[in-house]
Design a protein around this ligand. Structure first.
Ligand SMILES: Nc1ncnc2c1ncn2[C@@H]1O[C@H](COP(=O)(O)OP(=O)(O)OP(=O)(O)O)[C@@H](O)[C@H]1O
Ligand SMILES: [Mg+2]
Length: 350
């Protein structure tokens, strides 16, 4: 059995429909109108213990709604969930003991209490043994650099400090499962890096299962081997990060630096090679983009070297940002059709 299992998981919300302006607001007061919004369409999910999974998708795709159902905050409209054998919304206490959750948009800490006090309250709430608490506290303070703000209340913390405190709070009771909903939102690069390193270490040392939603694709590249992409409430891809790159991003680019300008005539010879796209950066620099399924990098390099005096070259694969953008936009040039993608997502499910 997988540590997180959901099947046919669905969530609909009733959303108020108001006509614009004061007239609409008054009308809505007397004759309220609602439409049903299906935020998460029936979806199946299996996550294995120790996995670190990125759950990504455009704004409004249904990520937070899914996480809220998995954590037991929201009750599903339909479907079933078992987290470590526990139904999260029926056995809330039992579930709380085995999960940690960080919602980047909102703190879970007490607003007016010093962080040190909040932690000690959590110790009592979760019945954390003294030795475990002490060890975790020392370790988290050091790894997350929290010394300077342990005496401040959550209200007084900067966003980056607050996020570190939230992360530590979520892990004090050694939960085997950690849900992170945009844990790096709005953070500067160095705090982001600290948080990523910390999550990585927790996952490696404690085999904590991590499910992470993020719009920062650096988080994904740094942390996750598995990627689940959700769009309009349905999973459109579930598989490895490297596979999504290989399947959706066939473009490669090589940048060349020349010792002497290449005569236009020779460049034209390159242009004659089908499928190659040339872009000139300067007299002595240009790039060649090609489909990795049609040409190998050495193929391209050797052809260019025959034509000009190459002093240096570097290769660039499409980055994950371009890949995800292409998947969101259903860009058929980069991969396959939507139908093929659906098949892929079904086959790639672990
Ligand atoms: N409590 C609610 N009542 C009504 N509609 C809601 C509620 N919560 C979410 N929704 C709707 O459900 C859809 C999915 O929202 P959700 O917050 O899950 O998106 P998300 O993928 O987390 O997006 P983001 O990247 O912006 O955080 C949205 O259309 C949103 O308006
Ligand atoms: Mg969200």
């Amino acid at each position: 059995m997988s540590i997180i299992e959901a099947s046919g998981l669905t969530k609909s919300f009733m959303q108020a429909v108001k006509e614009p302006g004061l007239k609409g607001a008054v009308k809505h007061l007397f004759v309220p109108k609602h439409i049903e919004k299906v935020a998460v369409k029936p979806l199946d999910l299996r996550i294995e213990a120790g996995e670190m999974v990125a759950y990504v998708g455009p704004n409004g795709a249904g990520k937070s709604t899914t996480i809220k159902m998995l954590t037991g905050i929201l009750m599903p409209t339909a479907g079933s969930i078992l987290v470590n054998g526990v139904n999260p919304y029926k056995k809330r206490m039992e579930n709380a003991a085995q999960i940690g959750a960080v919602f980047g948009q909102r703190t879970q800490l007490w607003w007016d209490i010093a962080i040190a006090e909040s932690f000690s309250l959590l110790k009592d709430i979760y019945h954390i043994p003294d030795a475990v608490y002490k060890r975790n506290l020392e370790c988290f303070i050091e790894l997350l650099g929290m010394d300077e703000f342990m005496h401040l209340s959550a209200r007084k913390l900067s966003l980056g400090q607050r996020m570190r405190a939230d992360l530590a709070a979520a892990l004090l009771h050694n939960p085997p499962i950690l849900y992170l909903d945009e844990p790096t939102i709005g953070l500067d690069v160095s705090v982001k890096q600290k948080i990523r390193e910390f999550i990585k270490q927790i996952n490696q040392e404690r085999q904590t299962t991590v499910m992470l939603t993020t719009h920062d694709l650096g988080d994904i590249e740094d942390l996750c081997q598995r990627l689940i992409i959700i769009d309009h409430g349905s999973i459109i891809y579930d598989g490895s990060l490297s596979e999504v790159k290989a399947r959706f991003a066939r473009d490669r680019m090589i940048f060349f630096q020349l010792g002497a300008p290449m005569p236009e005539m020779l460049k034209d010879q390159l242009l004659l090679i089908p499928g190659l796209r040339l872009a000139r950066q300067s007299e002595l620099e240009f790039s060649v983009a090609f489909d990795r399924n049609e040409y190998t990098a050495s193929d391209i390099v050797s052809r260019v070297m025959k034509l000009g005096e190459v002093v240096d070259f570097r290769m660039e694969d499409a980055n994950i940002e371009q890949v995800i953008k292409a998947v969101y936009e259903g860009n058929l040039d980069l991969g396959q059709s939507r139908e093929e993608r659906e098949v892929l997502s079904v086959h790639a499910v672990h």
